[in-house]
Write a protein that binds this ligand. Structure first.
Ligand SMILES: Cc1cc2nc3c(=O)[nH]c(=O)nc-3n(C[C@H](O)[C@H](O)[C@H](O)COP(=O)(O)O)c2cc1C
Length: 436
Protein backbone atom coordinates (compact mmCIF):
# COMPACT_ATOMS: atom_id res chain seq x y z
CA UNK A 1 0.00 0.00 0.00
CA UNK A 2 1.07 3.56 -0.61
CA UNK A 3 2.16 4.97 2.75
CA UNK A 4 4.64 7.79 2.02
CA UNK A 5 3.73 11.03 3.76
CA UNK A 6 6.63 13.10 2.43
CA UNK A 7 8.67 13.22 -0.73
CA UNK A 8 11.79 12.02 1.08
CA UNK A 9 9.85 9.11 2.56
CA UNK A 10 8.73 8.14 -0.93
CA UNK A 11 12.31 8.47 -2.22
CA UNK A 12 13.61 6.19 0.55
CA UNK A 13 10.85 3.61 0.06
CA UNK A 14 11.53 3.41 -3.69
CA UNK A 15 15.27 3.11 -3.08
CA UNK A 16 14.73 0.35 -0.51
CA UNK A 17 12.77 -1.58 -3.13
CA UNK A 18 15.65 -1.22 -5.59
CA UNK A 19 13.41 0.98 -7.73
CA UNK A 20 14.80 4.51 -7.28
CA UNK A 21 12.50 7.12 -8.77
CA UNK A 22 13.40 10.54 -10.20
CA UNK A 23 11.56 12.89 -7.82
CA UNK A 24 11.94 16.64 -8.01
CA UNK A 25 10.71 19.22 -5.53
CA UNK A 26 11.07 21.88 -8.18
CA UNK A 27 8.14 21.64 -10.60
CA UNK A 28 9.16 24.53 -12.84
CA UNK A 29 10.26 22.36 -15.79
CA UNK A 30 6.63 21.29 -16.24
CA UNK A 31 5.79 24.83 -17.34
CA UNK A 32 8.34 24.83 -20.17
CA UNK A 33 7.24 24.93 -23.81
CA UNK A 34 8.33 22.07 -26.05
CA UNK A 35 7.90 21.00 -29.67
CA UNK A 36 6.04 18.14 -31.26
CA UNK A 37 7.20 18.48 -34.86
CA UNK A 38 6.18 21.91 -36.12
CA UNK A 39 3.80 22.41 -33.17
CA UNK A 40 4.75 24.30 -30.03
CA UNK A 41 3.09 22.97 -26.90
CA UNK A 42 2.39 25.35 -24.04
CA UNK A 43 3.65 23.11 -21.21
CA UNK A 44 4.88 19.58 -20.52
CA UNK A 45 1.67 18.25 -18.97
CA UNK A 46 -0.46 15.85 -20.97
CA UNK A 47 -3.90 14.40 -20.42
CA UNK A 48 -3.62 10.73 -21.37
CA UNK A 49 -6.45 9.06 -23.31
CA UNK A 50 -9.08 7.87 -20.81
CA UNK A 51 -12.15 6.22 -22.23
CA UNK A 52 -15.35 7.41 -20.59
CA UNK A 53 -17.69 4.90 -22.32
CA UNK A 54 -20.27 7.65 -22.55
CA UNK A 55 -20.81 8.48 -26.23
CA UNK A 56 -24.23 8.62 -27.83
CA UNK A 57 -25.26 5.34 -29.46
CA UNK A 58 -24.19 6.70 -32.86
CA UNK A 59 -20.65 7.26 -31.54
CA UNK A 60 -20.81 11.04 -31.22
CA UNK A 61 -19.68 12.77 -28.01
CA UNK A 62 -22.58 13.00 -25.50
CA UNK A 63 -23.20 15.65 -22.86
CA UNK A 64 -21.14 13.48 -20.46
CA UNK A 65 -18.24 13.29 -22.93
CA UNK A 66 -18.38 17.05 -23.45
CA UNK A 67 -18.45 17.67 -19.69
CA UNK A 68 -15.24 15.63 -19.26
CA UNK A 69 -13.38 17.32 -22.07
CA UNK A 70 -14.46 20.87 -21.38
CA UNK A 71 -13.33 20.49 -17.77
CA UNK A 72 -9.99 19.15 -19.01
CA UNK A 73 -9.65 21.99 -21.52
CA UNK A 74 -10.11 24.47 -18.68
CA UNK A 75 -7.53 22.54 -16.65
CA UNK A 76 -4.48 23.89 -18.45
CA UNK A 77 -2.63 20.82 -19.83
CA UNK A 78 -0.52 21.54 -22.92
CA UNK A 79 -1.68 18.45 -24.77
CA UNK A 80 -5.01 16.67 -24.48
CA UNK A 81 -4.81 13.18 -25.99
CA UNK A 82 -8.45 12.26 -26.44
CA UNK A 83 -9.59 8.74 -25.71
CA UNK A 84 -9.87 5.65 -27.92
CA UNK A 85 -12.29 6.38 -30.72
CA UNK A 86 -13.42 3.55 -33.03
CA UNK A 87 -12.64 3.61 -36.74
CA UNK A 88 -15.32 1.04 -37.71
CA UNK A 89 -18.44 -0.40 -36.09
CA UNK A 90 -17.04 -3.90 -35.53
CA UNK A 91 -14.00 -2.38 -33.79
CA UNK A 92 -15.96 -0.65 -31.01
CA UNK A 93 -15.05 -1.79 -27.50
CA UNK A 94 -18.55 -1.08 -26.23
CA UNK A 95 -21.79 0.43 -27.55
CA UNK A 96 -20.80 3.75 -25.95
CA UNK A 97 -17.34 4.06 -27.46
CA UNK A 98 -16.75 7.17 -29.56
CA UNK A 99 -16.86 6.43 -33.30
CA UNK A 100 -15.73 9.02 -35.83
CA UNK A 101 -17.41 8.93 -39.25
CA UNK A 102 -19.13 11.33 -41.66
CA UNK A 103 -22.37 11.13 -39.66
CA UNK A 104 -20.70 12.13 -36.38
CA UNK A 105 -18.14 14.56 -37.80
CA UNK A 106 -20.02 17.74 -36.87
CA UNK A 107 -20.30 16.66 -33.24
CA UNK A 108 -16.55 15.98 -33.09
CA UNK A 109 -15.88 19.37 -34.72
CA UNK A 110 -18.06 21.08 -32.09
CA UNK A 111 -16.15 19.28 -29.33
CA UNK A 112 -12.73 20.35 -30.67
CA UNK A 113 -13.91 23.95 -31.21
CA UNK A 114 -15.47 24.18 -27.76
CA UNK A 115 -12.41 22.69 -26.07
CA UNK A 116 -10.18 25.31 -27.72
CA UNK A 117 -12.56 28.13 -26.90
CA UNK A 118 -12.81 27.01 -23.26
CA UNK A 119 -9.04 26.67 -22.93
CA UNK A 120 -8.38 30.11 -24.40
CA UNK A 121 -11.03 31.69 -22.18
CA UNK A 122 -9.85 29.97 -18.99
CA UNK A 123 -6.09 29.71 -19.50
CA UNK A 124 -5.25 32.14 -22.31
CA UNK A 125 -3.99 29.51 -24.75
CA UNK A 126 -5.28 26.41 -26.52
CA UNK A 127 -3.78 22.96 -25.93
CA UNK A 128 -2.74 20.60 -28.69
CA UNK A 129 -5.59 18.16 -29.36
CA UNK A 130 -4.84 14.61 -30.53
CA UNK A 131 -7.55 12.01 -31.12
CA UNK A 132 -6.75 8.33 -30.50
CA UNK A 133 -8.02 5.99 -33.21
CA UNK A 134 -8.55 2.31 -32.56
CA UNK A 135 -9.88 -1.03 -33.68
CA UNK A 136 -10.50 -2.89 -30.43
CA UNK A 137 -9.73 -6.30 -31.96
CA UNK A 138 -9.68 -8.94 -29.21
CA UNK A 139 -11.73 -6.63 -26.98
CA UNK A 140 -14.39 -5.61 -29.50
CA UNK A 141 -17.90 -5.57 -28.01
CA UNK A 142 -19.93 -3.35 -30.34
CA UNK A 143 -23.29 -4.66 -29.13
CA UNK A 144 -22.23 -5.08 -25.49
CA UNK A 145 -21.26 -8.76 -25.85
CA UNK A 146 -17.77 -9.95 -26.81
CA UNK A 147 -17.22 -10.15 -30.57
CA UNK A 148 -13.44 -10.66 -30.65
CA UNK A 149 -11.41 -10.09 -33.79
CA UNK A 150 -7.97 -11.42 -32.90
CA UNK A 151 -4.57 -11.32 -34.59
CA UNK A 152 -3.80 -14.90 -33.62
CA UNK A 153 -4.80 -17.53 -31.08
CA UNK A 154 -3.20 -17.13 -27.68
CA UNK A 155 -3.28 -20.01 -25.17
CA UNK A 156 -2.24 -17.65 -22.37
CA UNK A 157 -5.39 -15.57 -22.72
CA UNK A 158 -7.69 -18.36 -23.90
CA UNK A 159 -6.79 -21.08 -21.43
CA UNK A 160 -10.34 -21.40 -20.11
CA UNK A 161 -12.23 -20.52 -23.27
CA UNK A 162 -10.31 -21.02 -26.52
CA UNK A 163 -11.62 -18.77 -29.28
CA UNK A 164 -12.67 -20.37 -32.57
CA UNK A 165 -10.56 -19.88 -35.70
CA UNK A 166 -13.35 -17.69 -37.10
CA UNK A 167 -12.32 -14.97 -34.61
CA UNK A 168 -8.93 -14.57 -36.30
CA UNK A 169 -8.93 -11.53 -38.60
CA UNK A 170 -8.14 -12.25 -42.24
CA UNK A 171 -5.42 -10.34 -44.07
CA UNK A 172 -8.20 -8.58 -46.04
CA UNK A 173 -9.85 -7.47 -42.78
CA UNK A 174 -6.51 -6.03 -41.62
CA UNK A 175 -6.16 -4.08 -44.88
CA UNK A 176 -9.69 -2.74 -44.26
CA UNK A 177 -8.66 -1.71 -40.73
CA UNK A 178 -5.65 0.15 -42.19
CA UNK A 179 -7.95 1.98 -44.62
CA UNK A 180 -10.52 2.71 -41.89
CA UNK A 181 -7.77 4.09 -39.64
CA UNK A 182 -6.42 6.31 -42.43
CA UNK A 183 -9.92 7.62 -43.25
CA UNK A 184 -10.58 8.26 -39.56
CA UNK A 185 -7.36 10.29 -39.34
CA UNK A 186 -8.55 12.37 -42.31
CA UNK A 187 -11.89 12.91 -40.51
CA UNK A 188 -10.04 13.93 -37.33
CA UNK A 189 -8.17 16.54 -39.40
CA UNK A 190 -11.44 17.82 -40.88
CA UNK A 191 -12.96 17.97 -37.39
CA UNK A 192 -10.17 20.34 -36.35
CA UNK A 193 -7.96 18.11 -34.22
CA UNK A 194 -4.23 18.84 -34.42
CA UNK A 195 -3.30 15.22 -34.72
CA UNK A 196 -4.39 11.58 -34.65
CA UNK A 197 -2.92 8.56 -32.94
CA UNK A 198 -3.13 5.20 -34.67
CA UNK A 199 -3.20 3.15 -31.52
CA UNK A 200 -0.82 0.22 -31.10
CA UNK A 201 -1.15 -0.47 -27.42
CA UNK A 202 -2.94 -2.47 -24.73
CA UNK A 203 -3.54 -5.54 -26.91
CA UNK A 204 -6.14 -3.98 -29.15
CA UNK A 205 -5.75 -4.96 -32.80
CA UNK A 206 -2.82 -2.69 -33.73
CA UNK A 207 -0.94 -3.83 -30.64
CA UNK A 208 -1.76 -7.53 -30.85
CA UNK A 209 -0.42 -7.65 -34.39
CA UNK A 210 3.00 -6.48 -33.12
CA UNK A 211 3.34 -9.76 -31.22
CA UNK A 212 1.70 -12.01 -33.84
CA UNK A 213 4.77 -14.26 -33.97
CA UNK A 214 2.62 -17.36 -34.59
CA UNK A 215 0.38 -15.84 -37.30
CA UNK A 216 1.10 -17.09 -40.82
CA UNK A 217 1.13 -14.78 -43.85
CA UNK A 218 1.81 -11.09 -44.50
CA UNK A 219 0.89 -9.87 -41.00
CA UNK A 220 2.65 -12.42 -38.81
CA UNK A 221 6.00 -13.96 -38.00
CA UNK A 222 8.78 -11.57 -39.02
CA UNK A 223 9.30 -8.08 -37.60
CA UNK A 224 8.43 -6.64 -41.00
CA UNK A 225 5.13 -8.52 -41.13
CA UNK A 226 4.14 -7.88 -37.51
CA UNK A 227 4.69 -4.12 -37.90
CA UNK A 228 3.01 -3.95 -41.32
CA UNK A 229 -0.41 -2.84 -40.02
CA UNK A 230 0.95 0.13 -38.07
CA UNK A 231 3.35 1.21 -40.80
CA UNK A 232 0.75 0.89 -43.57
CA UNK A 233 -2.04 2.59 -41.62
CA UNK A 234 0.23 5.55 -40.87
CA UNK A 235 1.50 5.73 -44.45
CA UNK A 236 -2.06 5.60 -45.82
CA UNK A 237 -3.16 8.26 -43.34
CA UNK A 238 -0.28 10.52 -44.43
CA UNK A 239 -1.74 10.49 -47.96
CA UNK A 240 -5.10 11.74 -46.70
CA UNK A 241 -4.24 14.44 -44.15
CA UNK A 242 -2.80 17.96 -44.56
CA UNK A 243 1.01 18.23 -44.30
CA UNK A 244 1.00 19.91 -40.88
CA UNK A 245 -1.42 17.39 -39.34
CA UNK A 246 0.37 15.47 -36.61
CA UNK A 247 0.33 11.69 -37.00
CA UNK A 248 1.45 9.69 -34.02
CA UNK A 249 0.95 6.43 -32.15
CA UNK A 250 0.41 5.33 -28.58
CA UNK A 251 2.72 2.35 -28.60
CA UNK A 252 3.18 -0.58 -26.23
CA UNK A 253 6.92 -0.87 -25.68
CA UNK A 254 6.55 -3.98 -23.53
CA UNK A 255 3.56 -6.32 -23.27
CA UNK A 256 4.66 -8.33 -20.23
CA UNK A 257 3.77 -11.74 -21.73
CA UNK A 258 6.34 -14.43 -22.54
CA UNK A 259 7.55 -15.09 -26.06
CA UNK A 260 5.90 -15.79 -28.48
CA UNK A 261 2.94 -13.82 -27.07
CA UNK A 262 4.45 -10.48 -26.18
CA UNK A 263 6.06 -7.53 -27.96
CA UNK A 264 9.17 -6.02 -26.36
CA UNK A 265 9.81 -9.15 -24.28
CA UNK A 266 12.96 -11.29 -24.17
CA UNK A 267 12.71 -14.47 -26.23
CA UNK A 268 14.12 -16.61 -23.40
CA UNK A 269 10.60 -17.14 -21.95
CA UNK A 270 11.34 -14.82 -19.01
CA UNK A 271 9.31 -11.66 -18.70
CA UNK A 272 12.35 -9.40 -19.00
CA UNK A 273 11.88 -6.42 -21.35
CA UNK A 274 13.85 -6.58 -24.59
CA UNK A 275 13.40 -3.23 -26.27
CA UNK A 276 15.37 -4.01 -29.44
CA UNK A 277 12.23 -4.42 -31.59
CA UNK A 278 10.42 -1.38 -30.13
CA UNK A 279 13.58 0.67 -30.80
CA UNK A 280 13.78 -0.63 -34.37
CA UNK A 281 10.11 0.23 -34.91
CA UNK A 282 10.46 3.71 -33.41
CA UNK A 283 13.42 4.46 -35.70
CA UNK A 284 11.24 3.52 -38.68
CA UNK A 285 8.40 5.68 -37.38
CA UNK A 286 10.82 8.60 -36.98
CA UNK A 287 12.86 8.20 -40.19
CA UNK A 288 10.46 6.71 -42.74
CA UNK A 289 7.05 7.78 -41.50
CA UNK A 290 8.22 11.14 -40.14
CA UNK A 291 6.42 10.89 -36.80
CA UNK A 292 7.54 13.73 -34.52
CA UNK A 293 6.01 12.32 -31.35
CA UNK A 294 5.02 9.04 -29.67
CA UNK A 295 3.23 8.15 -26.47
CA UNK A 296 4.72 5.13 -24.69
CA UNK A 297 2.77 2.73 -22.51
CA UNK A 298 3.18 -0.91 -21.47
CA UNK A 299 1.11 -3.92 -20.41
CA UNK A 300 -2.49 -4.95 -20.89
CA UNK A 301 -5.29 -3.40 -18.83
CA UNK A 302 -7.31 -6.64 -18.85
CA UNK A 303 -4.69 -9.32 -18.16
CA UNK A 304 -1.78 -7.64 -16.35
CA UNK A 305 -3.15 -4.25 -15.22
CA UNK A 306 -0.46 -4.04 -12.51
CA UNK A 307 2.03 -3.58 -15.39
CA UNK A 308 -0.16 -1.07 -17.24
CA UNK A 309 -1.41 1.08 -14.36
CA UNK A 310 0.25 0.40 -10.99
CA UNK A 311 -2.28 0.46 -8.15
CA UNK A 312 -2.77 -0.75 -4.60
CA UNK A 313 -5.64 -2.95 -5.68
CA UNK A 314 -6.00 -5.23 -8.68
CA UNK A 315 -8.51 -8.02 -9.31
CA UNK A 316 -5.79 -10.53 -8.23
CA UNK A 317 -3.13 -10.64 -5.48
CA UNK A 318 -0.52 -7.98 -6.31
CA UNK A 319 2.55 -9.69 -7.80
CA UNK A 320 4.80 -6.72 -7.00
CA UNK A 321 4.99 -3.51 -5.03
CA UNK A 322 3.33 -0.90 -7.32
CA UNK A 323 6.36 1.42 -7.17
CA UNK A 324 8.27 -1.27 -9.05
CA UNK A 325 5.59 -1.05 -11.75
CA UNK A 326 6.00 2.72 -11.94
CA UNK A 327 9.76 2.27 -12.26
CA UNK A 328 9.36 -0.32 -15.06
CA UNK A 329 7.39 2.14 -17.21
CA UNK A 330 9.94 4.90 -16.60
CA UNK A 331 12.82 2.56 -17.46
CA UNK A 332 11.15 1.59 -20.75
CA UNK A 333 10.38 5.18 -21.78
CA UNK A 334 13.87 6.40 -20.79
CA UNK A 335 15.64 3.62 -22.70
CA UNK A 336 13.59 4.30 -25.83
CA UNK A 337 14.12 8.05 -25.68
CA UNK A 338 17.87 7.57 -25.30
CA UNK A 339 17.94 5.18 -28.27
CA UNK A 340 15.76 7.27 -30.59
CA UNK A 341 16.83 10.91 -30.36
CA UNK A 342 14.88 13.45 -32.37
CA UNK A 343 11.54 11.86 -31.51
CA UNK A 344 9.49 13.46 -28.72
CA UNK A 345 8.20 11.09 -26.03
CA UNK A 346 5.15 11.31 -23.79
CA UNK A 347 5.45 9.03 -20.75
CA UNK A 348 2.69 7.18 -18.88
CA UNK A 349 1.67 5.65 -15.56
CA UNK A 350 2.57 8.57 -13.32
CA UNK A 351 -0.65 8.84 -11.30
CA UNK A 352 0.15 6.22 -8.64
CA UNK A 353 2.28 8.34 -6.25
CA UNK A 354 -0.81 10.37 -5.23
CA UNK A 355 0.08 13.89 -4.18
CA UNK A 356 3.68 13.34 -5.37
CA UNK A 357 2.68 12.51 -8.96
CA UNK A 358 3.81 15.95 -10.14
CA UNK A 359 7.19 15.53 -8.41
CA UNK A 360 7.66 12.28 -10.29
CA UNK A 361 6.66 13.94 -13.58
CA UNK A 362 9.07 16.84 -13.01
CA UNK A 363 11.85 14.44 -12.02
CA UNK A 364 11.29 12.33 -15.13
CA UNK A 365 11.30 15.38 -17.43
CA UNK A 366 14.41 16.83 -15.76
CA UNK A 367 16.22 13.50 -16.02
CA UNK A 368 15.49 13.43 -19.77
CA UNK A 369 13.33 10.29 -19.48
CA UNK A 370 10.41 11.93 -21.29
CA UNK A 371 9.60 15.21 -23.02
CA UNK A 372 6.15 15.49 -21.53
CA UNK A 373 4.36 13.77 -18.67
CA UNK A 374 1.00 12.10 -19.27
CA UNK A 375 -1.62 11.57 -16.60
CA UNK A 376 -4.56 9.21 -16.93
CA UNK A 377 -6.30 8.46 -13.63
CA UNK A 378 -5.19 11.78 -12.13
CA UNK A 379 -6.98 13.61 -14.95
CA UNK A 380 -10.22 11.85 -13.94
CA UNK A 381 -9.64 12.65 -10.27
CA UNK A 382 -8.61 16.25 -10.87
CA UNK A 383 -9.23 17.78 -14.31
CA UNK A 384 -7.39 20.86 -12.99
CA UNK A 385 -4.19 18.94 -12.21
CA UNK A 386 -2.13 20.93 -14.73
CA UNK A 387 -3.16 24.29 -13.28
CA UNK A 388 -2.38 23.03 -9.78
CA UNK A 389 1.06 21.80 -10.81
CA UNK A 390 1.85 24.88 -12.87
CA UNK A 391 0.96 27.15 -9.98
CA UNK A 392 4.06 25.71 -8.26
CA UNK A 393 2.01 24.66 -5.22
CA UNK A 394 1.77 21.04 -6.28
CA UNK A 395 -1.23 18.79 -5.88
CA UNK A 396 -3.66 18.95 -3.01
CA UNK A 397 -4.14 15.54 -1.38
CA UNK A 398 -7.91 16.09 -1.51
CA UNK A 399 -7.74 16.09 -5.30
CA UNK A 400 -5.12 13.42 -5.99
CA UNK A 401 -5.86 10.03 -7.50
CA UNK A 402 -5.86 7.25 -4.89
CA UNK A 403 -5.26 4.48 -7.45
CA UNK A 404 -8.27 2.55 -6.15
CA UNK A 405 -9.17 1.01 -9.51
CA UNK A 406 -12.85 1.95 -9.27
CA UNK A 407 -12.81 3.91 -12.57
CA UNK A 408 -11.82 0.64 -14.29
CA UNK A 409 -14.24 -1.40 -12.21
CA UNK A 410 -17.34 0.55 -13.26
CA UNK A 411 -16.15 0.54 -16.87
CA UNK A 412 -15.89 -3.28 -16.77
CA UNK A 413 -19.44 -3.37 -15.37
CA UNK A 414 -20.56 -1.70 -18.59
CA UNK A 415 -21.08 1.76 -17.10
CA UNK A 416 -19.82 5.14 -18.21
CA UNK A 417 -16.84 6.07 -16.08
CA UNK A 418 -15.00 8.80 -14.23
CA UNK A 419 -13.48 9.26 -10.78
CA UNK A 420 -15.68 7.51 -8.24
CA UNK A 421 -13.81 9.05 -5.30
CA UNK A 422 -13.42 12.69 -6.39
CA UNK A 423 -16.29 13.37 -8.79
CA UNK A 424 -19.75 13.23 -7.14
CA UNK A 425 -21.26 12.47 -10.56
CA UNK A 426 -19.53 9.06 -10.48
CA UNK A 427 -19.72 8.46 -6.72
CA UNK A 428 -23.49 8.26 -7.01
CA UNK A 429 -23.29 6.08 -10.10
CA UNK A 430 -20.90 3.67 -8.36
CA UNK A 431 -23.19 3.35 -5.32
CA UNK A 432 -26.13 2.64 -7.59
CA UNK A 433 -24.19 -0.03 -9.50
CA UNK A 434 -22.96 -1.71 -6.32
CA UNK A 435 -26.51 -1.81 -4.91
CA UNK A 436 -27.69 -3.51 -8.10
C1 LIG B 1 -10.82 4.02 -17.01
C2 LIG B 1 -9.63 4.01 -17.92
C3 LIG B 1 -9.78 4.27 -19.28
C4 LIG B 1 -8.65 4.26 -20.12
N1 LIG B 1 -8.82 4.52 -21.46
C5 LIG B 1 -7.74 4.53 -22.28
C6 LIG B 1 -7.88 4.83 -23.65
O1 LIG B 1 -8.97 5.14 -24.16
N2 LIG B 1 -6.76 4.80 -24.42
C7 LIG B 1 -5.51 4.52 -23.92
O2 LIG B 1 -4.52 4.50 -24.66
N3 LIG B 1 -5.37 4.26 -22.60
C8 LIG B 1 -6.43 4.28 -21.79
N4 LIG B 1 -6.25 4.06 -20.45
C9 LIG B 1 -4.87 3.95 -19.89
C10 LIG B 1 -4.39 5.33 -19.40
O3 LIG B 1 -4.27 6.23 -20.47
C11 LIG B 1 -3.04 5.25 -18.68
O4 LIG B 1 -2.07 4.70 -19.53
C12 LIG B 1 -3.09 4.42 -17.39
O5 LIG B 1 -4.21 4.77 -16.60
C13 LIG B 1 -1.81 4.60 -16.56
O6 LIG B 1 -1.55 5.98 -16.36
P1 LIG B 1 -1.94 6.72 -14.96
O7 LIG B 1 -1.03 6.17 -13.91
O8 LIG B 1 -1.67 8.17 -15.21
O9 LIG B 1 -3.36 6.44 -14.69
C14 LIG B 1 -7.36 4.02 -19.59
C15 LIG B 1 -7.21 3.77 -18.22
C16 LIG B 1 -8.32 3.77 -17.39
C17 LIG B 1 -8.11 3.53 -15.92
Amino acid sequence: MFTAKTLSELRLQAEALGAPLPLSEDLSCLAERWSAGSRRVKNRLVVQPMEGCDSENDGSPSAYTRRRYLRLAAGGAGLIWLEACAVCPEGRANPRQLWIREETLDAFRRLADDMRETAVRETGEAPLLILQLTHSGRYSKPEGVPAPRIACRNPLFERDAPLPESCVVSDEEIVRAEDDSARAAALAARAGFDGADIKASHRYLGSELLSAFTRPGRYGGSFENRTRFLRSALAKARQLVPGDFLLTSRLNAYDGFPYPYGFGVAQDKTLAPDLSEPIRLLRILRDELRLPLVNITIGNPYVNPHVNRPADWQPYPLPEQPLRGVKRVLDCVGALKAAVPGLAFVGSALSYPRVFAGNLAAGAVKAGIMDAAGFGRLSFANPNFARDLLSGKGLDSRHACVACGKCSQIMRLGSRTGCVVRDPEYTALYKELMQK
